[in-house]
Design a protein around this ligand. Structure first.
Ligand code: IPE
Ligand code: IPE
Ligand code: MG
Length: 245
């Protein structure tokens, strides 16, 4: 069942920047949106594999705050696709004991999508098998600025002392407050950047970049990324020798 993986080293939290849908379509002379549609199949495959091998949290970067600047047709298509995903897949995710969550400025989503999302979150809130965390209208800097504002507000209201503001307290004001930091971050399509994703949380995350375009990233490619991760030594600033004792 573990497909050649070490069961002792399954990452608790995997985050994925699902990139390259447009290029996948372009290579086939198809409209960009066909790449997004094909990419949904990869979402299904990766969610299924993650659940099967016992990953606890899977965060998918589905739409960035910056993506609102794309042509309106493409934004609308992505929103419709998201609505379709929530309509068609939530029952199955629920059956698989998957809890849906979202991070980002989700109140900016079209009303219909927002409502479907809130319903899905509510319906699956008691599930324990895996957390599927969707980053929607998400920006890392916006998240950090939001946390800073909320902390300032709490200090001014006398609910928090300035001296109490440390790394852990700050993290507790982020959208990811009750989630572990990602152990592994995957980005497809060959781009070597974070594009404003989980900036605070990825301080010690292992990074995996692959030229594979998102619509071509399925179980086999995901397992390869996980095997690569399992070969790494995470030192967190210490020496290799210190880890073995
Ligand atoms: C990722 O694919 C999907 C989203 C950002 C929503 P892209 O649409 O960025 O595809 P490329 O990078 O143009 O190939
Ligand atoms: C990052 O991909 C956002 C998502 C995958 C949702 P982009 O394609 O938007 O990133 P940039 O603009 O190339 O950095
Ligand atoms: Mg892209």
């Amino acid at each position: 069942m573990l497909e050649g993986l070490d069961p002792e080293k399954i990452p608790a939290h995997v985050a994925i920047i699902m990139d390259g849908n447009g290029r996948w379509a372009k290579a086939r002379r198809l409209p960009r949106v066909m790449g997004h549609r094909e990419g949904m199949k990869s979402v299904r495959a990766v969610v299924e594999t993650a659940r099967k091998i016992g990953i606890k949290v899977l965060t998918l970067y589905a739409f960035s705050k910056e993506n609102w600047q794309r042509p309106q047709d493409e934004v609308s298509f992505l929103m419709r696709l998201l609505a379709e995903y929530l309509q068609k897949e939530v029952d199955e995710l629920h059956q698989k004991d998957i809890q849906i969550r979202a991070i980002g400025e989700i109140e900016l989503l079209p009303k219909e999508v927002y409502e479907l999302l809130v319903q899905a979150i509510k319906k699956t809130s008691q599930n324990q098998g895996m957390i599927l965390n969707l980053a929607l209208s998400y920006g890392g800097r916006a998240e950090i600025a939001h946390a800073a504002r909320e902390i300032a507000r709490a200090c001014l209201a006398g609910k928090l002392k300035i001296e109490e503001v440390d790394e852990a307290l700050f993290a507790s004001y982020l959208y990811t407050k009750d989630l572990p930091d990602p152990d592994l971050l995957i980005r497809t399509s060959g781009e070597l950047r974070l594009s404003n994703f989980l900036l605070y949380q990825c301080a010690y995350t292992e990074l995996y970049f692959t030229p594979t375009l998102w619509p071509d990233f399925r179980e086999k490619e995901f397992l390869e990324a996980l095997k690569d991760y399992q070969r790494r030594e995470r030192r967190f600033g210490k020496l290799s020798e210190q880890l073995k004792s």
